[in-house]
Design a binder for this molecule. Structure first.
Ligand code: MSK
Length: 642
């Protein structure tokens, strides 16, 4: 337990009803749809397209592929946006006195978001009123018809000017989603590049809009994450306790359950049922939300949801929205586990529905009470191993870790990159995918070994966590230079930055790196790269698109969703690179992902003129230069930390 290893619990071998792994083995992806060559937008089809063959309406492969891609991006943006909207509505309800279970956990974050909405503390509003005003401003951003999103101004000035000159600045979040759906209706926008431009504008409304709002409001209501110790894998389920698993994306249910789990009456009830206590654990991004803020353990990513139930020790699984397999209902039934849906937007046949309404804490207590009833009926097998991890690396925590409490900043990171101690930074994000074997893990391993600092979000982070790569021992697996930095600063070389919507934290970090100076004047100058080795959801495509449009070279693993069209593949790679500085490329071989990512980083180092500063061909410093650099860095850090 605790050290990096390849032997995380093998969930493919858990005995039971079928799981996503069985179903993957028993089916192949559709060869037409998976390449972007299927058009199903009207009833003259569906049509199968090829470079030589159009649809019945005459639509070309390029237009159809772009249409499919843009639609997928819009769906991903809608999911993140609705997540942000739910939190804005919850904050508004709190401010109007309709949701008394919430509070303002971080006034600093509220003030900084208020500033972006032109609301100053001097406006003489108390925190409840201010929160209401910010939520109202945010909700207006969803329905804005003209102008630009309020949070977009957190992007670097050069980037803003570029988007404006290209007509890519998002107006309102909902407006961009609707326009994408309109343009992709049969017989509307039929220019591949024009369609992709709208996909970009819609995706930007996610990264610098919906997702950023989701993260901001969650921080306001539940606190900005700080470094926190936790654990992961199936073994976090405690056979002797009442086990409640939260799954989905929005943090409200999980936060309320965390509060309710320490309710004295409920703890007493659990004990009188023979349980050691009430144990809360998570799956997917809900897990990431409460892991980041409270250290509540995560069982794993999206492919662990079925295995969690199959352990036989889960008493209740409470789900809300996104990435919830329909198979859970069948598995829960076969295991005698109560499955509860909590969102008004998502129901599952076979699950019990308990809507949160305006009484989320009351509903959370009811869920725990039902779980205690479930505990009385079950056996207690041992679910498996656990791995230690440290999470909670919000941007604020990273700045504090690097610069100390009073001088928190990303300056030391920029300096370390310029000095060649850190080669660059990589965001390895996105889903776990049963069709890909250890894509994320091998990529992360290769990156840190080559002195690239890695940040992670979403289910990708859980893959590393289960193998010990979010724990301090992972420092030993880092390259010699990165190892030096991590030891001095006291951080692992792989930093967990949160859930899918928390990719917005990475965008803000990139803006801050630009503002710190020394690494160019725009995100497209930074030696950084984005990777989604096991992507599977439409949200991933939205994320990849907004990172690329923000100036980051992005590489997706295993499958190119527009591979049937050479034109589209080129437009997103070299075309976007010319136009936006960032790109979206695909690499099916997981072994090549780290290598390609490092090439992208080195390309930018070269353009910045910081190649070879202390780095020899194998990424190590020569003895003399190494010593000189080390002394420089130690001085720098002791100054910053003093
Ligand atoms: S949950 S979108 S499988 S990361 Fe955010 Fe995981 Fe991907 Fe869902």
């Amino acid at each position: 337990m605790g050290s990096p290893s390849d032997n995380a619990t093998d969930i493919t071998s858990v005995s039971r009803p079928s799981t996503c792994f069985d179903r993957t083995a028993g089916s192949k992806p559709c060869p037409i749809g998976s390449t972007g060559a299927c058009c199903s937008t009207c009833a003259m089809g569906p049509c199968r397209l090829s470079p030589q063959k159009t649809g019945v309406c005459g639509a070309t492969l390029d237009a159809v592929g772009a249409r499919n891609f843009a639609r997928a991006v819009a769906a991903g943006v809608a999911a993140h946006a609705d997540h942000g909207r739910s939190l804005a509505e919850a904050i508004l309800a709190y401010s109007e006195g309709r949701l008394s279970d919430l509070s303002i956990a971080d006034q600093g974050k509220l003030a900084s978001l208020a500033g972006l909405y032109g609301l100053a503390a001097a406006d003489d509003l108390d925190k409840r009123e201010l929160a209401g005003a910010v939520a109202t401003g945010a909700l207006a951003d969803f329905g804005r018809q003209e102008g630009q999103l309020s949070l977009i101004k957190t992007a670097p000035p050069e980037r803003l000017a570029l988007w404006e000159s290209l007509g890519l600045t998002p107006r309102g979040i909902d407006r961009e989603i609707v326009e994408t759906l309109h343009r992709t209706h049969a017989g509307t926008d039929q220019s591949a590049e024009h369609l992709l431009d709208q996909a970009i504008r819609t995706a930007l409304a996610d990264g610098w809009g919906g997702s950023m709002l989701a993260t901001g409001f969650a921080d306001i209501a539940f606190g900005i994450p700080k470094a926190v110790r936790s654990s992961t894998d199936l073994g976090v389920l405690d056979p002797s306790s009442v086990n409640i698993v939260v799954h989905g994306h929005e943090p409200l249910v999980a936060e309320m359950l965390a509060v309710a789990a320490s309710d004295r009456d409920l703890v007493e009830k659990a004990k009188s049922a023979g349980a050691a206590g009430v144990n809360l654990a998570g799956v997917c991004c809900t897990a990431n939300e409460v892991l980041m803020r409270r250290g509540i353990p995560s069982i794993g990513g999206v492919t662990h949801q079925e295995a969690a139930l199959l352990t036989g020790v889960v008493d209740v699984m409470a789900v809300d929205v996104q990435c919830i397999f329909q198979s859970l209902a069948l598995i829960a039934k076969s295991m005698g586990t109560l499955l509860i849906t909590t969102s008004s937007k998502a129901r599952l046949a076979g699950a019990c529905h308990l809507p949160l309404g305006d009484n989320p804490l009351g509903v959370a207590k009811e869920i725990i009470s039902l779980a205690i009833d479930g505990f009385r009926k079950r056996d207690t097998p041992d679910p498996g191993r656990t791995a230690d991890l440290v999470g909670g690396f919000s941007l604020e925590q990273i700045e504090r870790s690097l610069g100390g409490r009073f001088l928190g900043s990303l300056r030391p990171l920029n300096d370390a990159i310029v000095a060649g101690y850190v080669r660059g930074a990589a965001a390895v994000v996105g889903c776990n995918n049963p069709r890909v074997s250890s894509g994320e893990f091998s990529c992360v391993k290769g990156l840190i070994r080559n002195n690239v600092l890695v940040v992670q979000t979403g289910c990708a982070a859980m893959d590393s966590a289960r193998r010990g790569y979010l724990w301090m021992e992972a420092i030993e697996s880092a390259g010699p230079l990165l190892k030096e930095i991590c030891r001095h600063v006291g951080i692992p070389p792989v930093l967990h930055m949160g859930s899918c919507v928390d990719n917005s934290r990475i965008l803000l970090a990139l803006s801050k790196m630009v503002a710190e100076g020394g690494l160019g004047s725009d995100i497209s100058d930074l030696p950084v790269v984005g990777l989604a080795p096991e992507w599977m959801s439409e949200k991933s495509l939205a994320i990849g698109t907004y990172f690329a449009a923000s100036g980051v070279p992005v590489i997706f693993g295993h499958r190119n969703p527009v591979s049937a069209s050479e034109t589209l593949t080129k437009l997103m790679s070299s075309g976007w690179r010319m136009k936006l500085g960032g790109s979206l490329e695909y690499e099916p071989d997981p072994k090549l992902l780290a290598k390609k990512a490092i090439e992208k980083i080195d390309e930018r180092r070269e353009l910045l003129g910081i190649t070879g500063f202390g780095l020899s061909g194998d990424g190590r410093l020569g003895d003399k230069e190494r010593k000189r650099q080390l002394i420089w860095w130690q001085k720098r850090l002791s100054y910053l930390l003093s």
